[in-house]
Design a protein around this ligand. Sequence first.
Ligand SMILES: NC(=O)c1ccc[n+]([C@@H]2O[C@H](COP(=O)([O-])OP(=O)(O)OC[C@H]3O[C@@H](n4cnc5c(N)ncnc54)[C@H](O)[C@@H]3O)[C@@H](O)[C@H]2O)c1
Ligand SMILES: [Zn+2]
Length: 364
Amino acid sequence: MDSITVGLGSRSYDILIEDGLLGRAAEHLADFARDGRLLVVSDETVWRAQGQRLKDALGGVDLLPILVAPGEDSKSWAGLQSVCDRLLAEGIERKDVIVAFGGGVVGDLAGFAAAIVNRGCGFVQIPTTLLAQVDSSVGGKTGINVAAGKNLVGAFHQPKLVLIDPTVLDTLDPRQVRAGYAEIAKYGLIEDPELFAWLERNGAEVVAGDSDARHHAIAAAVRGKAKVVEADEREMSGRRALLNLGHTFGHALEAATGFSDKLYHGEAVALGCVLAFDFSVERGLCPAEDAARVRAHFAEVGLPTTLAEVGLSRRGAELASHMTHDKKREGGRTAFILAHGIGQAFVDKSVDLADVAAFLDRTS
Ligand SMILES: NC(=O)c1ccc[n+]([C@@H]2O[C@H](COP(=O)([O-])OP(=O)(O)OC[C@H]3O[C@@H](n4cnc5c(N)ncnc54)[C@H](O)[C@@H]3O)[C@@H](O)[C@H]2O)c1
Ligand SMILES: [Zn+2]
């Protein structure tokens, strides 16, 4: 078993990673049960696919599932209200610890509910998508989507524990697995060139679900995120902003496709990383062969790497206009994460959106 600690003083916590960990959940969760019961927030799909495993593992504990509909729409004011009301109806008290059992939607929603119900109670993350295992369950960002944009209302609220069982991914749609994989590769591209080189050799096995490869990749990504979160918990110094590599481009791609199933978040991030590297090459910042490796690798694992294949060629002005709404903007400028090479990402606040639009029009 891998155990990775996120060192944040009194808010420190462990992330445990092991195949079959769900079956041993009692060892780790029994202490959080109160009067023999645990409140679990999940979505209907996850509960159907994996709920029985959690129930079996926690035989002696009464699990009270609070289920939301699967999908991003649950991460809303209405979804938050419903979860909070149901937690309160179950008599939740401040010393209770909620279990968030699902993907990023459930984690963000349940985590935010935990941050505000009774003015804050604890929560544990049991992430069930690859994206949630390597990204959203670690770092304490919680929240919902509102009319003005995604994730614009929320709180930093760190979990007390994160339990990652890679075998829960066996019931996840392979396209979702690939989308989550993009976030793993992102850590390599930001500051871990050895991880990226390892992924070039083993990424196909990670995506296919090979146990050793999957475990290695998840642990490497979690270590990468934990390090960044420790250094910059609240995204104040710019270090945590590096995690947005591929995300300014990606967010524009998601906006242009209506945040729909046409393009999953991780798919947008993969193409966004390709664009960030190509743009870095165009600005004379990055060797062309590094950008070529990025494109080749994402293509090899079945992620989109061209604007043409997602139907967004020659839409530069429109895509750039979506970047002006990016919440990472500071002082009227969009901060771009560009790269001097693989593993050498940096924040660039000098980018002119007109240059980005022209670049996107030239790129196919
Ligand atoms: N808090 C953060 O730091 C952070 C970081 C990145 C992303 N996010 C958020 O994460 C969300 C996306 O998360 P996601 O990609 O995990 O999507 P998701 O939670 O919607 O899950 C994707 C789909 O897979 C299903 N599913 C989940 N686990 C399954 C399993 N084991 N077996 C079968 N089906 C399963 C779900 O029901 C859902 O339909 C977004 O809202 C995004 O904003 C948050
Ligand atoms: Zn992301």
